[in-house]
Design a protein around this ligand. Structure first.
Ligand SMILES: Nc1ncnc2c1ncn2[C@@H]1O[C@H](COP(=O)(O)OP(=O)(O)OP(=O)(O)O)[C@@H](O)[C@H]1O
Ligand SMILES: [Mg+2]
Length: 266
């Protein structure tokens, strides 16, 4: 009797783990949905650039004008390629595999996907990357966390505002610290303890069916805990919110490797 119960429980736990995985994948894809319209607009702008400069190059026999046209077309094409590459790598699931990554690079790759979305909501982006910490992470999962926090920040700034992303290397505690700060609506103290709960949301579905599922921060917390990191929030209603992520620095970061990297970056 006992053992068949145990077996049943094991089966249910397995099913639950499987469903949790599917839910997290669905959450990831819904983030892409939020960005779809701004990315489509950006592609339209890129195509307009390509078409106009191609016409200009065809119309003019002048060598200098043709050269300029090709340069503009190339730059537009490269920008489009960067976006599609970012999108594909975001959508890909690379399991739980972790390796050493430059955190500033991971953040920059995510920002490519949201730049236009921020612009169109009159949000200015301030980046303060003071160091170039290396951390052992699952790049895909960490990018998902950052994207979620950035989208939450944007959604909190209905009237526009400033999004500040900072990155420092805390040598004393051996953490890379990422902070994502907005000047949005803030979170009331009585709500604060609930925001990391699955399905907790204050966002109502709009005309386009884009409400919140309340899974974004629950996912962030899972991922950060799985990385032995920390996630913390500070908020002042009416003033804004800041989320801080701490990720353990990569172990092999000896003095020598670090100075090599600083040389490379400088
Ligand atoms: N930067 C922020 N400013 C103000 N409120 C926030 C911010 N980030 C999160 N919140 C609050 O925390 C709640 C939960 O956030 P979470 O990301 O988990 O879900 P969601 O954004 O509502 O939905 P989903 O992320 O699944 O689309 C939000 O509904 C919102 O009330
Ligand atoms: Mg969210």
């Amino acid at each position: 009797m006992g053992s068949s119960n145990d077996q049943r429980i094991a089966e249910l736990e397995q099913q639950l783990a499987h469903m949790h995985k599917q839910l997290m994948q669905a959450e990831k894809m819904s983030t892409v949905g939020v960005l779809a319209s701004s990315i489509t607009h950006e592609f339209n702008n890129i195509l307009t650039t390509v078409i106009n400069y191609a016409k200009m190059g065809l119309r003019h026999k002048d060598e200098a004008i043709r050269e300029k046209s090709f340069t503009k077309i190339l730059a537009a094409g490269q920008r489009a390629a960067k976006i599609t590459t970012g999108m594909l790598s975001y959508a890909r699931s690379n399991g739980d595999h972790k390796e050493s990554h430059e955190i500033d690079q991971l953040i920059d790759d995510v920002l490519i996907l949201v730049e236009k979305d921020l612009q169109s909501h009159r949000i200015s982006l301030v980046k303060k990357f003071e160091q170039h910490p290396l951390a052992t992470v699952n790049a895909n999962q960490i990018q998902q966390v950052i994207l979620n926090l950035v989208i939450n920040a944007r959604q909190a700034m209905d009237e526009g505002g400033t999004l500040t992303i900072s990155l420092v290397e805390n040598q004393a505690d051996q953490f890379a610290e990422i902070s994502i700060r907005d000047t949005g609506c803030g979170i009331p103290p009585q709500t604060l303890p609930k925001i990391f709960d699955s399905f907790f949301t204050t966002k109502k579905a709009d005309g386009a069916g884009q409400g919140g599922s309340g899974l974004g921060l629950a996912m962030c917390k899972d991922v950060i805990e799985d990385h032995h990191g920390r996630i913390r929030v500070e908020s002042t209603p009416g003033k804004g919110t800041a989320f801080t992520l701490k990720l353990p620095l990569a172990k092999q970061q000896s003095g020598f490797i670090r100075s090599e990297q600083i040389n490379k970056a400088g």
